[in-house]
Ligand binder design. Structure first.
Ligand code: FAD
Ligand code: DLZ
Length: 510
């Protein structure tokens, strides 16, 4: 009995469970660039290039390893424009009688694939995605009976499970589970941030760049200066580069932002981890090794490992525990449309302009830009969760529903009622000033709040606090904000709310 083995664009590893126990002589691996996957959101052009080129390189590698591969390259006139159509076609052509695949990362596609056995009339075996450190069942067992889910406690479980940064006595290395308090330094240019790791496009990537320029002109972002890795080997080089040149300072400057450095000391590994070019556990092990060999301090290494072992696994667990209902949550009752400048970067707010412009050029912005600039603004302005989620899903090379949705809807927008985070990350311009040098180059004045040229984040922050009193006044972590608001003079409060109302009425002009 021969099988069709479907490998999706974000499953590019020979360790993928769908390939386990397959028969290279009989089974046929199917990979396909299809319109339906390339267009379900306005994917950044660089994300399309990354995935199509990485898929093509991966298919070549499988062939070189002796696999029979059917690979469909993208063309708008292809007869099969969905994965289902490609599979239906290949079942006929190859005479195979079963489909094997690894569970996909999005509810949307999961729903479709789950119906294939009926629609295609053959058995469809969906195997677990063993690239994650916690299985869906393990996460749901951990969550069972807990009133609130907190990443920190889940993360400790994962440290115990993997033994990462654990002593032989089962205590955390360095004496603490979490060194976050040491990870909040502003960056003033020293030490110099490393240049981003680069791979120059080879012939395959150049062809894909041309294809994307020809057929995806309407998609967000630019194809210029594409330099992502597109093979496992090059992604491993990117990991080694990060460990040598950025990891030592990753912790100190993890929350910093800069007016002229796009990448700072971040790893830029999420695009590779999420599409399968790098294994998340292996990445954590490489970072841990850097600490054991004295090449990076504990606050950097623990902070980095926590992002992958903690946050990444935690948000994935929440996604599968609560989909599909999670995507419809809007507990703060937001109704505002996403301002157009999210797509153009055309705003006088320097921090927003810088974050959006970097996003447009690179298909990347680091965590604090996503959380405290573009995310914070959407939260304060009360943007509809589905619109801001769509934006985040479209614009980043690492964006997939399972990781984007909990981060945006839960962490940023607090639209799940505080299920993912104990308090909203709402902040005024002061936070951005403390962590960056944007404000000194901004049209708006961060030290003003009510005047025409005052930083919009300031009045919007107080408007948010005021309009959500019922939601947050009893939250112990928010009490101080309400005391600060209540002790301001009534005229001052009125002026702040007036200024915020005016800003909200003219968001597009900011
Ligand atoms: P680093 O700062 O070097 O961190 C190391 C790794 O930790 C990342 O590569 C990533 O794998 C993991 N990580 C860090 N934070 C998170 C997190 N909150 N959730 C999951 N993994 C994390 N990450 C995505 O992979 N895809 C997304 O679509 C995505 N959308 C986001 C949207 C918002 C509003 C926010 C606040 C965060 C989002 N993140 C997303 C998480 C995080 O911002 C990115 O993983 C990170 O910026 C990727 O850059 P890096 O590889 O340089 O990360
Ligand atoms: C994201 C993406 C894109 C842009 N294109 C393809 C594609 O043409 N073929 C494919 O198999 N996968 C693609 N993907 C990844 C899938 O959309 C991904 O598997 C789902 O989003 C689930 O995570």
């Amino acid at each position: 009995m021969a099988n069709l083995i479907l490998i999706l664009g974000d499953q590019l590893t020979t360790d993928i469970s769908a390939l386990g126990d397959a028969d290279r002589d009989q089974d046929v691996v199917v990979m396909a660039e299809v319109h339906d996957e390339a267009s379900y959101t306005n994917h950044h052009k660089k994300k399309l290039i990354l995935l199509f080129s990485a898929m093509r390189h991966f298919a070549q590698r499988l062939e070189a390893d002796g696999w029979r591969v059917h690979y469909q390259t993208y063309h708008p006139d292809n007869e099969s424009q969905s994965l289902e159509a490609v599979i239906a076609n290949q079942l006929k052509e190859t005479g195979t009688d079963k489909v094997i695949t690894t569970e996909c990362g999005e509810w949307r596609l999961h729903e479709l694939i789950s119906q294939w056995h009926e629609r295609l009339g053959v058995p469809v075996e969906i195997r677990p995605d063993t690239r994650f450190i916690a299985s869906k069942q393990e996460f749901s067992d951990w969550a069972e009976g807990r009133k609130q889910l907190r990443m920190e406690f889940f993360y400790r479980e994962m440290r115990r499970k993997t033994g990462l940064l654990m002593t032989p006595d089962s205590t955390p290395e360095g004496g603490e589970w979490n060194f976050d308090a040491d990870n909040r330094r502003k960056w003033t240019g020293k030490p110099a941030a490393p240049a981003s790791f680069r791979v120059e496009p080879d012939k395959v990537t150049q062809q894909v760049i041309e294809l994307v320029e020809q057929h995806f002109t309407e998609h967000f972002g630019t194809t210029e200066d594409f330099h992502f890795a597109v093979t496992h080997e090059d992604a491993e080089q990117a990991l080694a580069y990060f460990i040598d040149f950025a990891l030592p300072c990753f912790g100190d400057f993890q929350d910093a932002m800069s007016d002229n450095e796009d990448w700072l000391f971040h790893s830029i590994l999420s695009p590779y981890i999420n599409c399968g070019l790098l294994d998340p556990l292996a990445v954590c092990e490489a970072a841990a090794q850097a600490w054991y060999s004295g090449r990076a301090p504990i606050n950097a290494v623990e902070g980095f490992i926590r992002q992958i072992l903690g946050w990444r696994e935690f948000v994935r667990g929440i996604y599968w525990l609560h989909m599909p209902g999670y995507a419809r949550e809007n507990r703060l009752g937001n109704t505002r449309s996403l301002p157009w400048f999210y797509w153009t970067g055309d705003t006088k707010m320097r921090c927003m302009h810088k974050a959006i412009d970097a996003t447009r050029r690179n298909a990347y912005a680091h965590h604090i830009q996503r959380l405290m600039v573009t995310g914070n603004f959407a939260l304060l302005a009360g943007v509809k969760p589905e619109e801001i989620c769509d934006w985040y899903l479209a614009v980043y090379a690492d964006a997939y529903d399972w990781v984007e949705l909990p981060n945006v809807l839960g962490m940023v927008m607090h639209a799940d009622g505080g299920y993912l985070g104990s308090k909203p990350y709402a902040a005024s311009g002061k936070y951005i000033q403390r962590m960056s040098d944007h404000c000194s180059n901004c049209h708006y004045k961060v030290n003003k709040a009510t005047e025409e040229d005052a930083c919009p984040f300031n009045a919007l922050y107080w408007h948010f606090i005021n309009r959500h009193r019922d939601d947050f006044a009893n939250n112990p972590r928010m009490g101080m904000m309400y005391r600060n608001w209540d002790k301001q003079k009534p005229e001052r409060r009125e002026a702040l709310l007036r200024r915020a109302d005016d800003l909200l009425a003219h968001l597009e002009q900011l």
